[in-house]
Ligand binder design. Structure first.
Ligand SMILES: [Zn+2]
Length: 362
């Protein structure tokens, strides 16, 4: 606002505000039905430099939801700083001042999700911290759980899907940590679990803890929980790979480099039979990895079979693309062409068009 407009904003210094309103208008300024916010500034300033913004920023409601879940916000201020595009993460939960990538400002639910996530770290991560990265899930699993609760409470049930904003290496501590806590919640019911969370925060605030400390506290607060939930299986190492379900394999495959030594890929298949998986998400992700890693003839049979038994573009697209993309792929390209010529009649015309355009691009 330029100084010349300042008289339009009541009240200004040395002037009552009643007589500056046009006739017929009632000022709601400080009227009894309004909430009065008071701000104090130590330095005297000219009135035209005073400003405020009102709108549905959403952050305050998120803080309220966070406080419902975890207890009082412990750090007095919560500021968000949007960084230049080179900032490498979705967000970073610095105390009192969260950093955000400018890419979250999209006006949709994913931005809210990142803010909710970083806010939730104010308690889980910043108030109670994992002792070291071995216990990373205590930070991220709890925070992912809280993020989803907060987003659901603020935006409604259907908008809480999505990504892990500060995931660096693997999404597993986020997702599996979330699943573990959700499993406990389902076992003991939300009201009991909510009370447990408040006790947990209160017990360990301003401390760094490890998984054992969490489990001991859980068993103390919820006697007999270990008979209903296999706590060791949920929290220990990678021994449970054999029990991984589709989603865990998907996450695992997704986080591998795009290309590996063929011998590693084949050893993985030898042991876990991923190419034979009945879950197409896993099967296709694995075959894609195997093709790109040049496992060659060892997997052609399974690729051939798969491309003939599914017509879903979600699966056809990555497999055909992996076959024709890149240098030194003559063998794979002729496989792709042969399989397509044999399978094309079974594909939907739209899928056929998609595959044709993939094959044409090579
Ligand atoms: Zn996080």
């Amino acid at each position: 606002m330029s100084a010349s407009h300042v008289e339009r904003r009541p009240p200004v210094a040395d002037e009552g505000y009643s007589h500056i309103l046009p006739q017929g208008f009632n000022s709601l300024w400080s009227s009894e039905t309004r909430v009065v916010e008071q701000f104090h500034m130590n330095q005297p300033i000219p009135p035209y430099l005073f400003a405020f913004a009102v709108g549905e920023l959403g952050t305050e409601e998120m803080i309220m939801q966070g406080e419902k879940l975890f207890g009082n916000y412990p750090w007095e201020r919560f500021d968000l700083l949007v960084l230049p595009p080179s900032f490498p993460y979705g967000g970073m939960e610095n105390l009192r001042m969260v950093f955000l990538t400018p890419t979250v400002i999209k006006g949709d639910a994913t931005g809210a999700q990142v803010v909710a996530h970083e806010l939730a770290h104010s308690w889980t991560g910043n108030l109670i911290t994992n002792r070291n990265n071995e216990h990373f899930w205590l930070n991220e699993g709890f925070t992912t759980y809280a993020e989803r609760r907060i987003v659901k409470a603020v935006l409604g049930e259907d908008k809480a899907e999505g990504v892990d904003p500060d995931a660096i290496y693997s999404e597993i501590p986020y997702e599996k940590g979330f699943q573990f806590l959700w499993r406990i919640e389902r076992q003991i019911g939300r009201p009991t679990f909510d009370a447990f969370i408040l006790d947990y925060i209160d017990e360990f605030k301003f401390q760094s803890i490890d998984t054992k400390t969490f489990l001991d506290f859980l068993k103390f607060k919820v006697p007999g929980i270990e008979e209903d939930i296999d706590l060791v299986l949920w929290t220990e190492g990678t021994d449970e790979v054999a029990d991984w379900k589709g989603q865990e394999w998907e996450l695992y495959l997704e986080n591998l480099p795009r290309v590996l030594e063929p011998s590693l890929v084949l050893a993985l298949d030898e042991r876990y039979r991923l190419a034979d998986s009945k879950d197409y998400e896993v099967k296709v992700a694995f075959l894609q990895l195997a093709i790109l890693s040049k496992c060659k003839k060892k997997i052609y049979g399974e690729v051939d079979k798969t491309l003939k038994e599914v017509g879903r573009m979600k699966y056809l697209r990555p497999l055909y693309t992996a076959l024709v993309q890149g240098d030194g792929k003559e063998e794979e390209r002729s496989l792709a062409k042969r399989v397509f010529s044999e399978a094309r009649e079974c594909y939907h015309p739209i899928a056929r068009g998609v595959v044709e355009s993939i094959l044409a691009k090579q």
